[in-house]
Design a protein around this ligand. Structure first.
Ligand code: ASP
Length: 344
């Protein structure tokens, strides 16, 4: 059986991952029985989730753990100099510091997070180290940096010329006002200085994965809201707000104006609604409605989107504003971009 499965895997892998993972074969006497098995899948927020998913899929397709897939996926936008909302090249805070937030959560309910960490390119990996090597869940600021350095991470300058130029341009007015859906290609391909409004850029990658064992993990990594107050923490590294996973039920993650997500403990809410039987999209919609109900005037002008997956691998998303999308990668499709539905 093992050999047969291995053969199917490697054949499928060399054929571009078609039909890996969604079927298990077993031999009973001479008869081959085909049985349904959990299908590995990885989903991520925004169009930059496509490249991230691809990296995570390499792990899942080999039968690897969802947690490893999450970390590998997160490395892609974190290292992408052109992505100004995550990791290296991220837009700085009001005072010119690139401060990063990230968290990770596994199938056992273990979790780790770093808040406002500076000079470390892969905060997702520091978050994982916090989870695995300390009795704590969160490390912030200087303490997070110290821990990262002690664990072999390199201190690097993350402020690129482009992001510094954008910040200097912003300083001319220093007005904190949003550009929604900055994630859309037409915005990200233009230089930040040319953005409409006042270059108030944000967007997080939230990633959820299910591996061949049916285990769920999640991760979230971001440079947060551009030009935020120094020390501001968003929803992204807060377990329950920016990310939540319950291996019995599913996982959820969020993107957008983090303050509104924190107020509603958004991702936890989405998972709990799925526990009550809500489909992923309906659970995301309900979480969005809570935000709108509490702050209708604020909600009109901001974006918040939730993305969720349940134990069966069904996924869905819902956002306040149009323009939210998420990327899906499984055995059949590696680059699928699905528009999330929206309230407005
Ligand atoms: N949620 C992130 C934050 O508030 C930003 C984003 O996803 O757009 O920091």
């Amino acid at each position: 059986m093992l050999n047969r499965r291995k053969f199917i895997r490697s054949t499928a892998l060399s054929a571009g991952c078609i039909a890996v993972g969604n079927t298990a074969f077993s031999m009973i006497g001479q008869q081959q029985i085909q049985a349904q098995k959990t299908e590995p899948i990885i989903i991520s927020t925004w169009d930059f989730g496509i490249a991230a998913n691809k990296a995570g899929w390499q792990i899942l397709a080999e039968g690897g753990r969802a947690l490893d897939a999450i970390e590998h996926a997160a490395w892609v936008p974190e290292a992408d100099v052109h992505n100004q909302t995550v990791g290296y090249g991220g837009l700085p805070d009001r005072d010119g510091f690139v401060t990063l937030d990230a968290c990770i959560m596994d199938e056992l309910g273990n979790c780790g997070a770093v808040l406002a960490i500076q000079n470390i390119k892969h905060p997702i990996s520091v978050a994982r180290k916090v989870m695995e090597k300390t009795p704590h869940v969160m490390l912030a600021g200087d303490g997070a940096l110290q821990f990262a350095l002690e664990n072999g991470f390199l201190k690097e300058n993350l402020l690129t010329k482009e992001s510094e130029a954008a910040w200097r341009e912003w300083l001319k007015t220093a007005k904190y006002s949003p550009v929604m859906n900055i994630e859309n290609k037409q915005y990200r391909n233009s230089s930040p200085q040319k953005l409409p409004g006042n270059q108030y850029n944000h967007d997080t990658i939230g990633i959820l994965a299910i591996d061949a064992k049916g285990n769920i993990s999640g991760g979230c990594t971001t440079s947060g809201m551009a030009y935020k107050l120094h020390g501001r923490i968003g929803d992204s590294p807060i377990i329950g707000a920016g990310l939540y996973v319950d291996n019995e039920v599913g996982g959820a993650t969020s993107t957008g104006v983090g303050e509104e997500v924190v107020r509603n403990v958004g991702s936890f809410l989405v998972v709990e609604l799925m526990r009550q039987g809500y489909a992923p999209e309906d659970a995301c919609k309900e979480a969005v409605l809570r935000i709108i109900k509490k702050k209708p005037e604020i909600a009109k002008n901001i974006q918040v989107g939730f993305l969720a997956i349940n134990k069966k691998g069904e996924h869905g998303a819902f956002a306040i504003q149009k323009g939210f999308s998420y990327a899906v990668c499984n055995a059949r499709q590696q680059d699928l971009l699905i528009p999330g539905k929206s309230y407005y």
